[in-house]
Design a protein around this ligand. Structure first.
Ligand SMILES: O=P(O)(O)OC[C@H]1O[C@](O)(CO)[C@@H](O)[C@@H]1O
Length: 395
């Protein structure tokens, strides 16, 4: 990383800190919610009891010899962390381990009748079916009459602020409250984002690394559809998670649900849905669910095959808070650390679209940081009321 000193890795072992509250409070709350949402059988209840105890008071345990993802986790640090408290290993690692272990407890990995049953699906579907989603889709009818530049900016912001729709985040009291401070962009490189796509003469390839399903994925898909229709993007690759993760992260099944929701909505939304459907059918839009997409590691450590997929893209848009943590490194950076420095490892032009829901932040100017601290203490970092668009294009 160019001349940038590193910063402390985030761990969950400081009582009173945000990471600690996620491990000590949010994870138990997620177990409770999932348990109540399904008619699980006794073995699953026992496994959830064990997970509750293990994640709050126990240590990281090895995986059974026949676990299908064992080789991945062994390569991702499991041998090093086995025997340590969940609170004493990197926070990103613990959180990812939690979701993996939750899936194990409910039988996702199988074999058995619960194999592949997404424990978060009821929450995702409720959101997709909500009145808010209806309103957002109906608003598209007016938008299509606007000038193309206005549509593009509105859909970019729809995708950006859609990141507030994160079901895991809403489980914490802080995330649940409506923003009282005016939402605001703390960094806005959108001109650079458009410039990158415009200079590709319609032949741009866009990778979009998705974050949440439902009310975030729908505007992500609309943005992709608009960029294709306006001729800015010729080909798009949508990266989703290979399995349910961080409650609402999008999987292939969630893309299908979102597309069905669009096509059934009528009006302009249905048109977008049909065009995305055809783009998938004819290969202009493709889906990827790489195992590393749910790895407990920063993108700096991505494997060569994934690196080779991002490298030729005109632009990769990385959505959401967790992906931001993985993009810049899950560290307590000084907020003025240059975004270009901490993303220099990324193989190609990259844009982060994220609402701020964790302590990790880079690329601010000193004035903005001081103004945010003065107005809100540290709450601006985690409250989800602020957002950013940051771009690094290798010179
Ligand atoms: O859906 P997003 O934007 O990736 O956010 C998930 C959020 O969950 C947390 O990891 C806490 O669980 C936040 O730090 C993180 O930002």
């Amino acid at each position: 990383m160019p001349d940038t000193p590193s910063a402390p890795l985030l761990l969950g072992n400081q009582p009173g800190s945000f990471p600690h509250s996620v491990l000590a409070e949010r994870h138990p709350a997620i177990i409770k919610q999932v348990r109540e949402a399904f008619p699980y059988e006794p073995a699953q209840h026992r496994a959830l009891d064990e997970l509750l105890l293990n994640c709050t008071e126990g240590v990281i345990e090895p995986l059974p010899a026949d676990a299908t993802d064992r080789a991945h986790w062994e390569a991702w640090g499991l041998p090093e962390y086995t025997g340590r408290s969940w609170f004493d290993v990197p926070w990103l690692w613990s959180e990812s381990w939690f979701y993996r272990q939750l899936l194990q407890a409910v039988g996702w990995f199988g074999p058995g009748p619960w194999q592949g049953i997404d424990p978060f699906r009821p929450f995702k579907l409720a959101e997709l079916d909500s009145a808010e989603t209806d309103e957002e889709l109906a608003a598209l009818d007016d938008l299509t009459a606007r000038p193309a530049a206005e549509q593009a900016q509105a859909l970019l912001h729809g995708s950006l602020w859609g990141n507030r729709a994160d079901l895991g985040f809403r489980l914490s009291a802080e995330g649940a409250r409506d923003a009282d401070a005016a939402p605001g962009l703390v960094a806005d490189d959108s001109d650079r984002l458009w410039a990158l796509l415009d200079h590709a003469d319609g032949g741009a390839t866009l990778c979009l690394v998705a974050d949440n399903a439902g009310r975030e994925l729908v505007p992500d898909l609309l943005l992709i559809a608009h960029l294709m229709e306006s001729g800015r993007v010729g080909r798009a690759v949508l990266h989703v998670k290979p399995y349910p993760y961080y409650v609402s992260d999008a999987t292939t099944a969630d893309v299908v649900d979102a597309l069905r929701r669009l096509t059934a909505a009528g009006g302009a939304a249905a048109g977008y849905g049909r065009r995305l459907w055809s783009a998938l059918s004819d290969g202009r839009l493709t889906l990827r669910a790489h195992p590393f997409s749910s790895a407990p590691l920063p993108y700096e450590e991505m494997p060569a095959d994934l690196r080779a997929e991002f490298a030729p893209a005109t632009l990769t848009i990385v959505k959401g808070d967790l992906n931001y943590r993985r993009l810049v490194g899950d560290r307590l950076w000084a907020p003025t650390t240059p975004f270009a420095d901490v993303t220099a490892h990324f193989p190609g032009p990259v844009a982060a679209l994220r609402t701020l829901k964790s302590d990790v932040i880079t690329g601010l100017d000193a004035h903005t940081e001081a103004a945010l601290d003065a107005a809100e203490d540290r709450r601006w970092r985690t409250g989800g009321t602020h957002a950013l668009i940051q771009v690094r294009a290798p010179g």
